[in-house]
Design a protein around this ligand. Structure first.
Ligand code: AVJ
Length: 321
């Protein structure tokens, strides 16, 4: 057995400590349109519910993106030379990365970057077994708060990898900010491979976020369960229902938690009032056409290069240089 790679902790990741769940909840529930940030979906139960979502028949993005990556992987990796870096933003379990690593594990240094040290450790343990020649340099950090990479990478050509259409959670302006920061962090010769969900028939979109088995509903409602557990909340999750809608003007799926009756709840030691029919807006998932996303990337200073889609034009994988 090979030694586990050592973990690098970037100073930027310290800022996650000040990213307080309680403060976000107080702020979000105090607004006229109540909101909660979608990054808090992913506690242990939320992460396993999301994993379940990715296998649902209605939730096409994951399997479609995997299919695209399998088809275009050899094109994506053709530019890699020995010592080049493959850096994954928010790597989680690194499952999709294996599609690329299957072809270049003997040539690249893989840098999985994630806030979860446990996820990095699990992924690294699996990858060192699977790819004996692969050099792995995990980094514990929040990809949305990166300032710079460790000095050891300053002379490397780096390909960033950001699959999953995570970019869709950000409003277009914020997405431009994130992409331009990725560009800065990846440096000279940097390249980005990014998965982006495409605009399509709203009925297909709504089904993907309102599945028949109710897994997405549980995923959404779990946020209230988490507030109850971690912040002394008094939500009755039964008094809320999941709603997914397509907002065509904004080009996004919205997820809400709606209550049918007036209620007063406590969270973080504070009272919050709900009127009948009031909702908490819990997630946005923006959809783009290929030209719309290329424009957005160019606003962030990237040059849109190759793009791959599936035959049904459901999902896209872009190469930015
Ligand atoms: C992980 C942000 C890509 O927007 O499709 C899935 C999250 N929310 N079902 C998405 C999600 C509800 C997902 N992303």
């Amino acid at each position: 057995m090979r030694h586990m790679p050592t973990l690098e902790r970037l100073p930027a990741s310290d800022t996650t400590i000040s990213d307080d769940f309680g403060l976000s909840v107080i702020e979000g529930l105090s607004q006229t349109q109540k909101t909660l940030p979608c990054r808090y979906f992913y506690d242990a139960r939320g992460s396993s519910l999301f994993e379940e979502i990715t296998h649902l028949p209605e939730y096409y993005p994951t399997r479609t993106e995997i299919g695209i990556l399998q088809t275009c992987a050899s094109e994506i990796v053709e530019g890699f030379s020995g010592g080049d870096v493959l850096l994954e933003f928010g790597s989680g379990s690194s499952v999709k990365t294996e599609i690329l690593l299957d072809r270049v594990s003997d040539r690249v240094v893989y840098v999985p970057l994630d806030v979860s040290e446990a996820a990095l450790a699990d992924a690294a343990a699996r990858l060192v077994e699977r790819y004996p020649a692969l050099e792995i340099r995990p980094i514990v950090a929040d990809f949305s708060k990166l300032v710079a990479l460790p000095d050891e990478f300053s002379n490397s050509r780096i390909t960033g990898f950001f699959p999953g259409s995570t970019i869709g959670n950000l409003a277009p302006k914020e997405a431009v900010g994130l992409l331009s920061n990725f560009r800065k962090v990846l440096g000279q010769g940097g390249r980005l491979i990014i998965g982006v969900d495409l605009k399509k028939d709203p009925r297909v979109l709504i089904r993907a976020y309102n599945d028949a088995a109710g897994v997405t509903a549980d995923f959404n409602l779990n946020l209230l369960v988490r507030i109850n557990r971690e912040l002394g909340g008094t939500f009755d999750p039964e008094a809320f229902h999941h709603k997914a809608l397509y907002n065509p003007r904004a080009g996004r799926i919205e997820m809400h938690l709606v209550t049918d009756r007036a209620q007063d709840i406590m969270a973080c030691g504070r009272p919050f009032h709900f009127s009948p029919g009031e909702s908490i807006h819990t997630e946005n998932s923006y959809k783009y056409t290929v030209p719309e996303f290329r424009d957005l990337a160019e606003k962030a200073g990237w040059k849109a290069s190759r793009v791959w889609t599936d035959a049904n034009k459901q999902f896209s994988v872009h190469e930015l240089i």
